[in-house]
Ligand binder design. Structure first.
Ligand SMILES: Nc1nc2c(ncn2[C@@H]2O[C@H](COP(=O)(O)OP(=O)(O)O)[C@@H](O)[C@H]2O)c(=O)[nH]1
Ligand SMILES: [Mg+2]
Length: 322
């Protein structure tokens, strides 16, 4: 049987790595494969294993949702704010068993290659300087790259699935100006569907650039309108960078004035030799992760009733029908 020649893509055993429903539409699918094979592969009644282990797209979410509803963590912030670096650092922390410090355990992932792709640069190797992950491109995708993790909670004895959204910062700039803009489609989806919202504030850019401050204020205002009671955190990134605190304090006051319920966190990914000994970077990342994992979905209040009989349809039968 014809196989895809693109390294890392296992189509037709799994779905196309580039997300094409019909393999023949993918530019990497060998065009010389015979038509009989294409008919079989393109049959939509067959369900292929969806996972390529890369970051998930929206169609893959249905498969994960089959066993339990995953929680979507919306990471929202400008380009270069440190979103991907934060996700990569969490993955490295989880992969070395760091979750045990908050009584949780890493219980698997459907997007290990996706996590590795962003985290590999942060992994320190002898003789290689620490590098940050590559820029998240905004060019072709319209949905966020969703990085899946299952986490086991010892206290509750349950496994909860999480999807961490790694999106290009450019989307949020467009979305803050006009939520209906076609270039803001991915950002809109994320903000509408996220269970927890993280507003990422880049200490470096905010303290140095007036433009970054006004963009951040616009994003905060927009998020205030759209957050609709969901848990929301203000995450200051690049905490290792020493900046003029008066400017930072001014922006914090602004955020608190319109989102008074927001929870504030400070993280850093760059580990310098002094802070490393105190585990400052690791602790900041863990504190934020702990808060995220603690957030429950919005609860529904059921109507009160006074019926105590054995009939399971009490709600219906008990109602007076006039
Ligand atoms: N000093 C410092 N720089 C950071 C930190 N995290 C990210 N950066 C810098 O910010 C750049 C952009 O980070 P990235 O995670 O790609 O941002 P994103 O566009 O929001 O995903 C990186 O290339 C680093 O130069 C941090 O904790 N400390
Ligand atoms: Mg990024």
């Amino acid at each position: 049987m014809t196989k895809c020649k693109e390294p890392g893509c296992n189509a037709p055993d799994t779905k196309c790595s580039f997300g094409e429903t019909h393999l023949s539409d993918c530019k990497y699918w060998p065009s010389d494969s015979n038509s009989e094979e294409n008919i079989v592969i393109d049959d939509e009644s067959e369900v292929l294993l969806p996972w390529t282990s890369m970051a998930l797209g929206l169609t893959d979410v249905e498969f994960i949702s089959g066993c339990s509803k995953p929680k979507i963590i919306g990471v929202i912030g400008a380009e270069n704010a440190g979103k991907t670096s934060m996700l990569a650092a969490w993955y490295l922390l989880m992969s070395k068993g760091g979750l045990s410090q908050i009584e949780k355990r890493f219980a698997g992932s459907y997007s290990l290659i996706g996590w590795e792709a962003i985290a590999n640069n942060l992994r320190w190797e002898p003789g290689r300087p620490l590098c940050f992950p590559p820029h998240t491109p905004s060019s072709f995708r319209r949905s966020p790259g969703l990085l899946h993790t299952a986490i086991y909670s010892q206290a509750e004895d349950i496994i909860q699935h999480y999807l961490f959204a790694d999106s290009p910062g450019e989307w949020f700039g467009k979305w803050a100006v006009n939520t209906e803009s076609p270039e803001a489609e991915g950002a809109s989806w994320l903000v509408n569907n996220a269970n927890v919202l993280l507003l990422i504030a880049d200490r470096d850019a905010i303290s140095k650039s007036g433009r970054a401050r006004s963009d951040f204020k616009l994003l905060t205002r927009r998020l205030n309108v759209e957050s609709k009671g969901r848990p929301i955190a203000l995450v200051w990134t690049k905490a290792d960078i020493v900046e003029d605190e008066t400017v930072i304090d001014g922006i914090r006051d602004f955020v608190l004035s319109i989102l008074p319920q927001i929870n504030e966190f400070h993280i850093q990914v760059q580990i310098n030799s002094e802070s490393d000994t105190d585990n400052i970077a690791e602790n900041g990342l863990l504190i934020l992760l702990k808060w995220i994992l603690k957030q429950n979905s919005l609860k529904v209040s059921l109507p009160e009733y006074d019926y105590v009989g054995p009939d399971p349809f009490f709600m219906i039968q008990h109602k007076d029908v006039t």
